[in-house]
Design a protein around this ligand. Structure first.
Ligand code: A3P
Length: 313
């Protein structure tokens, strides 16, 4: 009820309306926009045991990584899972779960979570939430005081990462692929209907979340900083989630071959799946500049909304 009233009130105040092309049917997430993580490693702690360890139970998520797709959501979840008081979910939530179950309460959501000990918090990631028209309202209805994590990286870099993921998925499925410039440009102008660009309009999507949640409830992780040096970003997340500081520098080591930080915990070393941290295609410099120029105004609006700036080109 609180969510509904707050959002109705804010709707009256807001003059802005999201472009209709961003407001998709149903839950607002198409299969195409879901990060299905086909090669997801199975070693996240939420791996469901056949019988639950004594003293554990399933609980609704205390925190959700809401996106953004290709922002570094997998790295963030796996790095947070180093913390002994975090139980990370192995699966993501799908739009059809919501559509099928929304009217029945939220037990189904809890059932998707891993078994956790009473001193742990459960965290899941569903990268499609951030750009979904209906997700903020629905998550607010589930738990209006939930702590949200949003990991963002340079939005033009995110477009290229998004393209790269779809490119490889299509190759795997023997579907035809196109050069990125063919998708970025239509009739000589930037193709602003390209979904990868629309997902990088952070201001548009953030406004939708701020209709339902106060800014203080959404912690933004700098995805570019997380790539360069994960620890400081993880320490900020620990503080936001009121977790005792347990993640330390020895939990990370730089892997030269992968070109990214990897994780050391519980006596094991592991890097993210090979689908994370793939080389990006070189993009025609004129087209790239067009993309950056288009995103600049949206970025400025986003900075005003979140009262913070980022070092984006
Ligand atoms: P690229 O593969 O385009 O480089 P998500 O998990 O949300 O799909 O995000 C994937 C992105 O996470 C990768 O995009 C990569 O840049 C980023 N990333 C951040 N930290 C990483 C790490 N330690 N290992 C691999 N990828 C990481």
């Amino acid at each position: 009820m609180a969510c509904f009233l707050a959002s109705a009130f804010l709707l009256v105040l807001q003059t802005y309306a999201a472009p209709t092309e961003l407001v998709q049917a149903g839950f607002g997430i198409t299969l195409d926009s879901m990060d299905l993580d086909p090669g997801l490693p199975v070693d996240v702690s939420g791996d469901v045991p056949s019988s639950p360890p004594p003293g554990t139970s399933k609980r609704a998520p205390h925190s959700i990584i809401i996106g953004v797709r290709k922002g570094g959501t997998r790295a963030l979840l796996e790095m947070l899972d180093i913390h002994p008081e975090v139980a990370a979910a192995a699966t993501e939530v799908h739009f059809f779960d919501w559509d099928e179950n929304y009217a029945k309460g939220f037990e189904w959501y809890r059932d998707l979570m891993p078994y956790s000990y009473p001193n742990q918090i459960t965290v899941e990631k569903t990268p499609g939430y951030f750009t979904s028209a209906l997700a903020p309202e629905r998550i607010c209805a589930m738990n209006s005081s939930i702590k949200l994590l949003l990991i963002l990286r340079d939005p033009s870099e995110r477009v290229i990462s998004d393209y790269t993921q779809v490119y490889f998925n299509r190759l795997e499925n023997h579907k035809p692929v196109q050069a990125i410039e063919n998708l970025l440009v239509r009739n000589g102008a930037l193709n602003i209907r390209y979904k990868a660009i629309q997902r990088s309009l952070y201001d548009v999507h953030m406004r939708n979340w701020l209709r339902h949640f106060p800014l203080e409830q959404i912690h933004i992780v700098d995805g570019d900083a997380l790539i360069r040096d994960p620890l400081p970003e993880l320490q900020k997340v620990e503080r936001f989630l009121n977790l005792p500081p347990r993640i330390v520098s020895s939990n990370f080591y730089f892997n030269q071959t992968k070109g990214f930080y990897c994780i050391r915990s519980d006596g094991r070393e592991r890097c993210l799946h090979e689908s994370k941290g793939r080389p990006h295609p070189a993009v025609n410099s004129t087209v790239l500049q067009q993309l950056r120029t288009y995103l600049q105004e949206h970025n400025r609006t986003f900075f005003r909304l979140v009262k913070r700036t980022f070092d984006w080109q």
